[in-house]
Design a protein around this ligand. Structure first.
Ligand SMILES: Cc1cc2nc3c(=O)[nH]c(=O)nc-3n(C[C@H](O)[C@H](O)[C@H](O)COP(=O)(O)OP(=O)(O)OC[C@H]3O[C@@H](n4cnc5c(N)ncnc54)[C@H](O)[C@@H]3O)c2cc1C
Length: 358
């Protein structure tokens, strides 16, 4: 049975960045159920994601010495956000610096940067672990069937619906659960802006629309118990009334978003099982932007493991304090964004708003 120092479940931005930054002195295994080997040939976005790189994510990539290759980009590149506020019947444009990407290619590109001393297993599912004292025994499955490996440290980088987190920390506090749906519609129109849509009768979070080549993606995140599908249909109806052509969706994807409202809902794990990225609960509670958090938490964990393997857990908690503070600040920002009266004041004032000819 193969034995590793660190086994990472999930090769999203968090897992692949961690794998890339871990010291060569460790024997590392990276496992993902997706096939992410060849970023130049992937062209379908299977991950339920808006695929916008926000300035925070751009900054972390810059700090990592990385620039996004052109194969990862998609169009149009939006320079503005159109804010549609159904609660107050207002619309405004604001300048924003997003980069529009093909999310599947972005993940595959990050995987392509992983050094060869890391062993990667794609199309391989993590099933469960057993604690055997000094080591954890992991049950994995690929096309050939089930196999076992042993590891000193298991890292859950397996996203919002983290199996690792659910198995290791079943009774830990959970962030607020939202159901998210995105649908893709063919469009001949040009929608050169990102749309953020506010409507309390649909969700206390927000909905969005973004163009990717000849597709318009419409998405929403609704409290999980609140009839997510019905609310999505209502959103579509309202957007159709605004003149957007949303008939015959090309495809639909759904997932969960765990929106952290308190810092005790962020779970970094323990000395044997660590959590990073969305598995740890890191995602912006104001915008659902998660790529920057995935990258930053992976950097913190890699630095902690590289500097003191036996005490990495304590170090990781210390190094993640600023990220947790950032979640607190985003929750404060949410109060203004998601209280219709306060949002109305801001939008009515036209503060930072710009005129755009449509
Ligand atoms: C609808 C929606 C829109 C979003 N839009 C944006 C956006 O525009 N910009 C932004 O910055 N963020 C966005 N986010 C958030 C962003 O997608 C996540 O925060 C980010 O992907 C988290 O990265 P991660 O590496 O932690 O996890 P993920 O990217 O979710 O990666 C987890 C990986 O684990 C693998 N995995 C899971 N379970 C197993 C298993 N059992 N065995 C093996 N492998 C497994 C998965 O295949 C996946 O590759 C959005 C989220 C949603 C839901």
């Amino acid at each position: 049975m193969n034995e590793y120092d660190v086994t990472i479940i999930g090769a999203g931005p968090a897992g692949s960045t961690l794998a890339r930054l871990l010291s060569e002195k460790y024997k590392v295994l990276l496992v993902d159920k997706r096939s992410l080997e060849d970023f130049e040939s992937t062209n379908s976005c299977e991950k339920c994601c808006g695929g916008l790189l926000a300035p925070d994510a751009q900054k972390v990539l810059a700090k990592l010495g990385l620039g996004v290759p052109k194969e990862v980009l998609t169009g149009p590149q939006p320079f503005t956000v159109k804010t549609i506020d159904f609660d107050n019947d207002l619309e405004r444009f604001y300048q924003r610096h997003y980069i529009n990407i093909d999310r599947e290619r972005f993940d595959s590109w990050l995987v392509s940067l992983i050094p060869s001393h890391v062993q990667c297993r794609f199309s391989c599912h993590y099933h469960s672990f057993e604690d055997e004292g000094d080591l954890l025994k992991l049950r994995l499955r690929n096309g050939d069937g089930e196999f076992l490996v042993k590891t000193k440290v298991l890292v859950g980088a397996d996203g919002a619906i983290s199996r690792v987190r659910n198995q290791a920390f079943a009774s830990a506090p959970q962030p607020e659960k939202y159901g998210s749906i995105q649908e893709w519609f063919h469009t001949d129109s040009k929608v050169p802006y990102f749309m953020s849509i506010f409507d309390q009768s649909i969700t206390d979070f927000y909905s969005w629309a973004i163009q990717k080549e000849n597709m318009l993606i419409l998405g929403t995140a609704v409290p999980a118990e609140n009839g997510v599908k019905e609310k999505f249909e209502k959103l579509k109806l309202k957007m159709k009334e605004k003149g957007y052509n949303l008939s015959a969706p090309f495809k639909r994807r759904g997932t969960l978003i765990f929106r952290p409202t308190k810092t005790n809902q962020i779970n970094l794990g323990n000395s044997k099982v660590a959590l990073v990225g969305e598995a740890a609960g890191f995602i912006s509670p104001s915008s659902a932007e998660g790529i920057s958090y995935a990258l930053r938490s992976a950097i913190s964990l890699a630095e902690s493991l590289n500097s003191d393997f036996d005490n990495f857990s304590k170090l990781y908690k210390r190094r993640s304090k600023s990220l947790k503070r950032n979640i607190v600040l985003k929750n404060l920002k949410s109060i203004v964004m998601y209280t219709p009266f306060l949002r109305k004041l801001v939008m009515k004032s036209r503060y930072l708003a710009m005129e755009v000819s449509e």
